[in-house]
Design a protein around this ligand. Structure first.
Ligand code: VAH
Length: 317
C-alpha cells in the first residue's frame, strides 16, 4: 500500500490530486501539506493535513518518518509568468523543494513525482510535434528550474536508484482551483468569464498555439506513470504528455457552441506572450504512449462541455 505525501497540495493540481489519490489509496494514506492551513476544507476534512514549508528539509523528513511515507508528490512551483517577477526567489523555492524531496527519498528509499512542463522547452526547441528527447534551452527561470529538476531526478535515479518520475505537463485546465501566475492561465479564466460576463479579454494573441490538458487527464497521467512497471520505462524525467493544442480563437469557438453570444477581445500581455512564443505549439507524446500506455480522454470539445456544465453550477452558488 502506497503511503503518499503531497507537497504544495493547495495549488491548482494538488487540490484535485489529493482527493483523487485518497479515493484510490485510502484517505488515511495520503497526507496533504501546504505552507499554511488556510486551504480548501476538503484537504483537511477528508484525510491527514500538515502545515509544511517544503523548503525545510528537516521538517519534510520528520513528516516522511511520522507517516512512514514511501511516495512524495512534489507540486511546489512558482509558475512561469510569476517567476519572472522574482527569478532568484523562484529558483530557490522550485529547486529547494525538488532537492529536499529527492534527498529524503534517497535516505528513505522512497519514490518521487515531480511535474515538469512545456515550459522546460525554449525558442530553439522544434515547436511542432516536439520530440521527447530534444534541445531544451528555456528562457524563463521557471523553465530553467524545470530542466534542472528533470536532470536532478534522473541523477538521483542513476546514482542512488531513487524511483524518480515526472511528466512534462501542458497547460492544465480545471474548475476547482484557479491557477496563479501561469502563462496558460487564460485557458482557465476564459471559461469563468464566458459564464459570468459572456466576454473575455485575452492576454495572449490569436494564433498562439499551446499544448493543453483537462485536469482529469492530468491526474490519471500522474497515477498511471507512478504505477507503471519500472521495467518498461526508458525515460523517467520527464515524459511529454498532451491532450490537445489550441489557440485562443479555437477555445472561443468551442465555447460559442454553448454560449453563442460569447465574445473574445485581446489585450496582449507582452511578458506572457513572449513566454508563450518560446514554448512549443504541440508536443509528441509517443514515448509515454509506448512506455506506459498513456492516452488522453478529453479533447477541446468534451473538455469545454464539462467545464461549462461544472462551472455553471459552481458560479451559481
Ligand atoms: C504555466 N500553467 O503557465 C503553467 C504551466 C505549461 C504551463 O507550466 O506556467
Amino acid at each position: 500500500m502506497k503511503k503518499i505525501l503531497v507537497i504544495g497540495a493547495a495549488g491548482q493540481i494538488g487540490s484535485e490530486l489529493v482527493p483523487f489519490l485518497r479515493n484510490i489509496y485510502g484517505a488515511q494514506y495520503v497526507v496533504a501539506t501546504d505552507l499554511h492551513d488556510n486551504v480548501m476544507p476538503e484537504l483537511k476534512e477528508t484525510g491527514p493535513f500538515e502545515v509544511l514549508d517544503a523548503m525545510d528539509g528537516k521538517a519534510m523528513y520528520d513528516l516522511v518518518k511520522k507517516y512512514n511515507i514511501d511516495t512524495i508528490f512534489n507540486l511546489v512551483a512558482v509558475l512561469s509568468a510569476k517567476g519572472e517577477a522574482n527569478p532568484q526567489l523562484s529558483w530557490k523555492i522550485n529547486m529547494d523543494c525538488v532537492f529536499n524531496a529527492l534527498e529524503i527519498s534517497r535516505q528513505t528509499r522512497g519514490a518521487v513525482f515531480t511535474p515538469s512542463s512545456i515550459g522546460a522547452f525554449g525558442p530553439t526547441t522544434p515547436p511542432d510535434h516536439t520530440p521527447q528527447d530534444t534541445v531544451m534551452r528555456p528562457t524563463t527561470i521557471y523553465g530553467i528550474s524545470k530542466v534542472a529538476a528533470e536532470l536532478l531526478g534522473d541523477y538521483y535515479y542513476l546514482k542512488y536508484g531513487v524511483d524518480a518520475r515526472g511528466l512534462r505537463y501542458p497547460g492544465i485546465i480545471s474548475n476547482v482551483t484557479l491557477p496563479g501566475g501561469g502563462t496558460t492561465d487564460y485557458a482557465v479564466e476564459i471559461y469563468y468569464e464566458a459564464i459570468k460576463n459572456k466576454n473575455f479579454m485575452c492576454n495572449l494573441s490569436p494564433g498562439t498555439y499551446l499544448d493543453m490538458m483537462y485536469m482529469p487527464d492530468a491526474l490519471n497521467a500522474a497515477v498511471q506513470l507512478m504505477e507503471a512497471d519500472p521495467g518498461t520505462l526508458i525515460h523517467r524525467n520527464c515524459f511529454n504528455v498532451t491532450a490537445m493544442s489550441f489557440d485562443p480563437e479555437m477555445i472561443a469557438t468551442a465555447i460559442r457552441k454553448h454560449i453563442p453570444e460569447f465574445r473574445i477581445d485581446y489585450d496582449v500581455d507582452p511578458i506572457k506572450q513572449a513566454i508563450a512564443n518560446s514554448w512549443p505549439n504541440s508536443m509528441d507524446d509517443s514515448a509515454a504512449r509506448k512506455e506506459w500506455f498513456w492516452r488522453a480522454k478529453y479533447d477541446l470539445q468534451t473538455m469545454t462541455a464539462d467545464m461549462i456544465e461544472k462551472l455553471t453550477v459552481k458560479l451559481q452558488k
